[in-house]
Design a protein around this ligand. Structure first.
Ligand SMILES: *[C@@H]1O[C@H](CO)[C@@H](O)[C@H](O)[C@H]1NC(C)=O
Ligand SMILES: *[C@@H]1O[C@H](CO)[C@@H](O)[C@H](O)[C@H]1NC(C)=O
Ligand SMILES: [Zn+2]
Length: 479
């Protein structure tokens, strides 16, 4: 068994993959996992999420070393309700290849998405880092997109670009913002975003609609989404993605070496580095680990709020496009669409109980208690639930699989994340627009490297999700 597992992993061509094994733990309650979730040495994927199972239990997915598996098996020998299960990788097809050339020919050949191609068409490989830029430049050269160079260079010196399309030259007419590629290993996010924009522009030009599996959209819907004004930042973490693509090491963070220069001590988790309750030791209950102060953790929060150039660049987009109302950050892998808040349970009755109120410092983040719950006005709670529900309904209607809409906190809190930062700006800064923030978690749990079939299904699922997310946002309101 062990031999065949290792052999299967070697066939997948990534040696380091064998080092981190996908597992899930199962227990009768989500609280059974608290010891694991609060231990920042475990890799719990994009965020720790306890998923209900059909038999009324909960599952927690993780990527563990053999040593960690042995440690937990030993630890839980006396706790029979908690069981650990290895994923059966022997049945998995090879992971989707990464493009080796530049299929967009230095920004001259426009990408073509799946929504404007015949049913059953497929994309043959993931984009490499240079192709992501080349694809966006081709959309700029041929399809009406405008690129902007963001102010900071990454640790390894990359220049970052975002782009906008649909609502002309007045940046205050742009209301939708999407980003991808924050977590390096979450393969396919940048591709899905770029192919969706390509589809919208191709359909607008031809006067046609879009088809994603069993879900279709009219040309009028395409035009309405474009008219909402779309800003997109398809590759937030180019240093991390370049490293992940060359190493196959399931790399998540950026590649900043200031806090650690070898192995897993390299890098900051960009999705714990935003200025929302960033200094979690001060703001959260001492028992909670919404991020980590340890450089070797996958959730290392950095050296200050927005210490990282990628974070600063992401934030600069709000300053350039002051009327953004809706934000989505594209991640994997869980099969969820997350809405605010991510630091604690929501409540709409006590305005004083909010993330800015120092009276609650040291009390946040314990889910299912009454000590602290994050304030969300009831109208906002209704809006984000409504839009999240329509988004997952569209993803399910594609015909591939089902997705769940859920509050971002789930059963465990997060600090410094892109989605909470987006929504918090309205209260934390004066004179800025209110932004509803979402995180899409496409794909199956801990399945960061999709097979080619899964990669193509993810494009269909997410692109339908983006369409209905945008359409629902438009019907709630863009101003
Ligand atoms: C965290 O987990 C590691 C095993 O990965 C274990 O050695 C360590 O004792 C745990 N830390 C705490 C505080 O429980
Ligand atoms: C990073 O960008 C900000 C604007 O967001 C700018 O004020 C700052 O000077 C830049 N820093 C560097 C090191 O380029
Ligand atoms: Zn992620």
């Amino acid at each position: 068994m062990k031999y065949s597992l290792v052999a299967a992993l070697l066939v997948q061509s990534t040696v380091v993959l064998a080092h981190l094994l996908p597992v899930h733990l199962k227990a009768p309650t989500a609280a059974h996992f608290l010891e694991i979730v609060r231990n920042d040495t475990y890799d719990l994927g994009c965020r720790a999420i306890a998923h209900p199972t059909e038999d009324g239990h909960f599952k927690l997915h993780a990527l563990l070393t053999e040593e960690q598996i042995a440690h937990l098996e030993n630890e839980y020998k006396a706790v029979p309700e908690i069981s650990l299960h290895r994923a059966d990788l022997t049945k998995r097809a090879a992971t989707a290849p990464i493009g080796t050339g530049d299929r967009f020919k230095a920004g001259t050949v426009t990408p073509v998405g799946l929504g404007t191609q015949a049913a059953g068409s497929t994309i043959s490989s993931l984009m490499n880092v240079a192709e992501i830029t080349s694809a966006v430049q081709a959309l700029a050269k041929n399809a009406g997109v405008t690129t902007i160079t963001l102010p900071n260079r990454t640790f390894n010196g990359a220049t970052q670009i975002a782009a906008y399309v649909g609502a002309g030259t007045d940046k205050s007419k742009y209301h939708l913002y999407l980003s991808a590629g924050v977590h390096a290993r979450e393969r396919g996010g940048p591709d899905q975003l770029i192919y969706w924009i390509s589809d919208l522009l191709a359909a607008k030009k031809s006067g046609g609609g879009l088809t994603y599996g069993r879900k279709t959209y009219t040309n009028a819907q395409v035009n309405s989404v474009l008219n909402a004004g779309i800003v997109f930042f398809p590759l937030v973490n180019p240093d991390g993605v370049a490293y992940d693509q060359s190493s196959g090491s399931l790399w998540r963070k950026n590649r900043n070496t200031r806090s650690g220069s070898s192995g897993t001590s390299i890098g900051v988790d960009i999705n714990r580095n935003f200025d929302f309750l960033w200094n979690f030791r001060k703001y959260f209950d001492a028992s909670e680990s919404p991020a980590s102060t340890s450089p070797s953790s996958e959730t290392f929060y950095g050296t200050a709020a927005a210490s990282e150039p990628e974070t600063k660049n992401h934030v600069s987009v709000y300053d350039s496009f002051p009327k953004i109302r809706w934000f989505m950050d594209i991640h994997s892998a869980a099969g969820d669409l997350l809405y605010s808040w991510g630091d604690d349970d929501d409540q709409s009755t006590s305005t004083a109980m909010n993330f800015l109120n120092a009276a609650y410092d040291g009390k946040r983040g314990v889910v299912n208690d009454q000590v602290y719950r994050e304030y969300i006005p009831s109208a906002d709670a209704a809006n984000v639930k409504n839009v999240a529900g329509k988004t997952v309904a569209a993803m399910k209607a594609v015909g591939g699989r089902s997705y769940n809409a859920m509050q971002a906190v789930g059963l465990y809190p997060t600090s410094g994340a892109t989605d909470d930062y987006a929504f918090s700006r309205f209260w934390a800064k004066s004179g800025v627009n209110k932004v509803y923030g979402f995180t899409m978690e496409f794909g199956y749990s801990t399945n960061f490297y999709p097979t080619l079939t899964e990669f193509n299904q993810n494009i269909l699922d997410t692109n339908a999700g983006f369409m209905d997310w945008a359409l629902a946002a438009i019907s709630v309101g863009l101003e």
